[in-house]
Design a binder for this molecule. Structure first.
Ligand code: CMP
Length: 139
C-alpha cells in the first residue's frame, strides 16, 4: 500500500451550507492525516489552472464562476491510497450515481454544486497541491 498525498477542496457550497466540519471529519475518521488546511477565495488564475482539463466544456464557465465566487477550504491529506479512497468518500460526480454514505450521496443532488473536489491521479494531486499550497504550508 502506498502512502499518498492529495488535494481536497470543500467547495463554496459546502462552506455556505455549514458542512465544513462534517466533510473534514469523514477524511479524519477514515484515518487520513491532514497536513495542510486553509480557507481562501480562489483567484480566477488558480481556478483556471485547477480546471484546465475542463476548458471548452459546456459547464466550464459556470464552474469557474462558482469556484471563485465565495471562499473554499483547501485541505492537503496524506495516507495509504489517499487518492482513490478520498474519491470514494466523496462519491461520484453524477448525482444519480453518488451513493448514500458518500459526501455527495448524502448531501448533494447537483452535478456542479457538489460540495467537494479530490485529485484524480498522482500526477494531478502533485500539480494541484502545488497550485494551492507552498511547501512551507505542508506539515
Ligand atoms: P470536480 O470533481 O471538482 O471536477 C470538475 C467539476 O466540474 C466537477 O467536480 C463538477 O463540479 C463540475 N462538472 C463536472 N461535470 C459536469 C457536468 N457535466 N455539468 C456540470 N458541471 C460538471
Amino acid at each position: 500500500m502506498e502512502v499518498e498525498q492529495t488535494l481536497i477542496l470543500v467547495k463554496p457550497d459546502g462552506v455556505q451550507r455549514g458542512l465544513i466540519g462534517e466533510i473534514i471529519s469523514r477524511y479524519e475518521r477514515k484515518g487520513f492525516n491532514i497536513i495542510g488546511l486553509k480557507m481562501m477565495q480562489l483567484t480566477r488564475t488558480k481556478a483556471e489552472e485547477l480546471y484546465e482539463i475542463h476548458k471548452g466544456q459546456s459547464f466550464y464557465d459556470k464552474l469557474i464562476e462558482f469556484m471563485t465566487g465565495k471562499p473554499i477550504i483547501a485541505i492537503a491529506v496524506e495516507g495509504k491510497n489517499a487518492i482513490k479512497l478520498t474519491r470514494l468518500i466523496n462519491g461520484e460526480t453524477d448525482p444519480l450515481e453518488s451513493k448514500p454514505g458518500s459526501i455527495r450521496g448524502d448531501y448533494s443532488t447537483d452535478i456542479t454544486y457538489n460540495l467537494v473536489h479530490a485529485s484524480d491521479c498522482a500526477k494531478n494531486a502533485k500539480s494541484e497541491l502545488a497550485i494551492l499550497f507552498s511547501s512551507e504550508e505542508l506539515y
